[in-house]
Design a protein around this ligand. Structure first.
Ligand SMILES: [Zn+2]
Length: 297
């Protein structure tokens, strides 16, 4: 239902409340206008440049396709929750709420957890008494997360009850459970994902720098000879910037040789455990350095 048009005095009052009184949205009062209407009008005035920067609004940063792809993997493959993804910084710049909303829009996330959130409720007095008896009795040594699942509560709620009852699990008790170890594994998996992601970003940035450097080198009068990386197949230049250099001293002089694979690929092989066995085969890198030996200038 469209509301009535904004009158001039209404707009003036709105501008006054924003610019001169610096009121936040909940405190702005325009008789006959809802909060949503006020919010929309404020946005329009801001875009029109009427508010002199008194209200900046929130910059909406649309989700990119790669971000969405990663979010899908984190939730579907690893079963991470929105708060977990935010906490570990797996999607830089995205808050827990932003991640949670996006998961909702794309039907991602654990259905059981979503249902539990929907059903979240306070315990009524009889049920509360029953719950406290359980915590003091048979549930005394059960991990909080197991109890939470059993009773349809949040883990935080269970630990809060335990704290109030003065029966928190000791450090040893809490860590001896299978559940704890499972959580530990999950955290470890998240850590690995996180590191890989940062590594990927680092490599991407590095690659851009290298492309620029290659361009610059090609225009130099003393441009080094071209050298193809045996791993990625990219053609770089035989220079320290791109290839690791080994120097060997002998009575005849100092010999330098360039690695067969570029620094990026070398770093990757050193990181990746699967590539380690390959590395061990060529121990001491003899095979990797043989070509392009030359005397140091
Ligand atoms: Zn390479």
């Amino acid at each position: 239902m469209p509301g009535s048009r904004w009158t001039k005095p209404q707009i003036e009052s709105l501008v006054d409340q924003i610019v001169h009184l610096s009121k936040p949205l909940p405190q702005i009062d325009i008789p006959g206008k809802t909060r949503a209407a006020i919010n929309n009008q404020r946005k329009r005035l801001q875009r029109a440049g009427v508010l002199n920067g008194s209200f900046a609004g929130r910059a909406v940063r649309p989700w990119t396709f790669p971000e969405l792809k990663r979010l899908t993997a984190f939730t579907a493959e690893y079963g991470f929750s929105a708060s977990f993804i935010a906490q570990m910084g797996l999607l830089p710049g995205r808050s827990k709420d932003s991640i949670s909303k996006m998961m909702g829009r794309h039907g991602l996330g654990n259905p059981a957890i979503k249902e539990r959130a929907r059903q979240a409720c306070r315990l009524d007095p009889p049920r509360r008494a029953e719950f406290q008896r359980f915590l003091l009795g048979e549930g005394r040594l059960l991990p909080s997360i197991v109890i939470a699942r059993q009773w349809g509560l949040a883990q935080k709620t269970v630990t809060a009850y335990r704290r109030r009852l003065g029966i928190q699990l000791s450090w040893r008790e809490a860590r001896s459970s299978d559940e704890y170890r499972r959580q530990q594994r999950k955290r470890a998996a998240a850590f690995v994902t996180h590191t890989r992601e940062r590594w990927r970003q680092w490599r991407e940035r590095k690659m851009l720098g290298w492309e620029k450097l290659r361009q610059q080198m090609s225009q130099r009068a003393d441009c080094p000879s071209a050298r193809v990386c045996q791993a990625c197949g990219e053609q770089w230049y035989a220079a320290r910037e791109f290839f690791h250099v080994r120097t060997r001293r002998s009575p005849a002089g100092v010999k330098t040789s360039y690695c067969r694979i570029c620094r990026l690929c070398r770093a990757e092989q050193r990181r990746d455990p699967a590539a380690k066995s390959v590395r061990r085969l060529g121990r001491l890198f003899t095979a990797q350095y043989a070509v392009n030996s030359c005397c140091l200038r």
